[in-house]
Ligand binder design. Structure first.
Ligand code: AMP
Length: 416
């Protein structure tokens, strides 16, 4: 039997109401912050991600779905969205149209990771990017938006972690300080961390190995080496979060995997989803546009994993999704009425009511059972003597009240 590829998942009809609900919350929060949607292709030239994310990152180094197409172009299924959004921003000269663009997306992403709970190979993210301003208000806005979305989804067990990575010069200096600190201990580091020592030393902080974390205990912290501007901006971010009552914790070890971050980085973790506990991550990336050969364009953004958020909602039992209801179920009594029933359904559907009827010649009783299962607000009975005199019965399923109406009245019927 052919099955879905490892790490991919079907989203079946019984799960779709959760997805639709989450997406409606996402869209409505982004709308209230005046963000516009952007959709970019599922695949891009590989070099975009190699340059935009960084060759030494896990994503580019190990996890991308990359292949040569028939024209021998190296193509990659997008593993994240920021590089694609910035590419589109440069390609369409969006900067010339207005100074600040506030954009959001909801999209599948692809990473060849080892599948486990909360980690898939095709997964979905929603996220936002604000391009064209270095205001720390936007950094705070990112955290605020995603926090608001998670709150509206009913999640409570959340922790917001924030940090500042400063400007690149500061970070480069700090890397030297960290290198000096770790050099005498290098041989004691885990193999992965030893590699990172040479390629991306900040990422040693991400290590899950306990002995690595022990070695880092007294390490100098980047947050204590910040330049004045980064320090001030970080204070503003913290003040805004406090003003809008978003609890947060400064986590000076939060460096995140991507090379392009500057200044603010953040993550929101859930206490309810096991080891893969990050629901979202983001930060400022003032250098990315230049790395992609665009003009200097400060930017900030975040991405949140939809599957993980849904898992957290399930584990916190937070969802209170309005029940799906059908407006009308047409019960057919007797035979040879299929075109008439079809026509009546069509009249109601044109008026945007949701309508269902029987396709399988089932008994009246079985049809009523179906109407109940579908949560139909009204049942219309089509057939029998009343039908011969141009009438149908209509039953309000909540009050059980039933009345007869002329068939022609279906064209104007109102149910609210
Ligand atoms: P990142 O783009 O790595 O910062 O990830 C942002 C968010 O996307 C994470 O916090 C997760 O919620 C989600 N995410 C990342 N990778 C995966 C994956 N392989 N499977 C499911 N969700 C993921």
């Amino acid at each position: 039997m052919i099955k879905a590829v490892t790490g991919t998942k079907d989203i079946l009809p019984n799960e779709i109401s959760k997805w639709n609900y989450l997406e409606s919350v996402v869209r409505s929060v982004f709308k209230s912050f005046n963000y516009s949607e952007i959709r970019t292709p599922i695949f891009e030239e590989t070099s975009l991600f190699a340059r935009g994310i960084g060759e030494e990152t896990d994503i580019v180094g190990k996890e991308m779905y990359t292949f040569l197409d028939k024209g021998q172009t190296s193509i990659t299924l997008k593993p994240e969205m920021t590089a694609s959004v910035v590419r589109a921003y440069i390609e369409h000269s969006m900067a010339s149209k207005q100074p600040l663009h506030k954009l959001y997306y909801i999209s599948p992403m692809f990473r060849q990771e080892r599948p486990q709970a909360g980690r898939l190979r095709q997964f979905h993210q929603f996220g936002a990017e604000a391009l064209g301003s270095d205001s720390p208000m936007l950094d705070a806005e990112m955290i605020h938006m995603v926090y608001e979305i998670l709150k509206r989804l009913g999640l409570k067990d959340l922790m917001v972690k924030i940090n500042s990575l400063g400007i690149p010069e500061v970070r480069e200096n700090y890397k030297k300080v960290l290198r000096e600190f770790l050099l005498p201990k290098k041989n004691l580091l885990s193999e992965d961390s030893r590699k990172r020592f040479d390629t991306n030393i900040l990422r040693i902080f991400d290590s899950k190995v306990e002995s690595d974390q022990d070695l880092l205990k007294n390490a100098p912290m980047l947050i204590n080496h910040l330049d004045e501007k980064s320090k001030n901006d970080f204070e503003i971010v913290k003040k805004i979060l406090t003003t809008v009552k978003i609890p947060f914790e400064v986590d000076s070890k939060l460096v995140r995997g991507l090379d392009y971050y500057t200044k603010t980085t953040f993550e929101i973790v859930s206490g309810k989803v096991g080891s893969q506990n990050a629901l979202c991550g983001g930060g400022r990336y003032d250098l990315l546009a230049e790395q992609l050969e665009g003009k200097h364009t400060p930017g900030v953004g975040f991405a949140a994993g939809i599957e993980r958020i849904l898992l957290a909602c399930e584990n916190e039992k937070s969802f209170n999704i309005p029940e799906e209801k059908l407006d009308f179920y047409i019960v057919t009594i007797g035979e040879n009425l299929s075109e008439k029933v079809y026509e009546a359904a069509s009249i109601l559907r044109q008026r945007n009511f949701s309508v269902e009827f029987d396709y399988q010649n089932r008994s009246t009783k079985a049809q009523m059972r179906e109407a109940n299962k579908l949560n139909s607000r009204f049942v219309i009975f089509f057939g029998g003597d009343e039908y011969l005199s141009g009438m149908v019965s209509i039953k309000n399923m909540q009050s059980s009240e039933q009345r007869q109406i002329p068939i022609s009245e279906l064209q104007t019927i109102n149910i609210d």
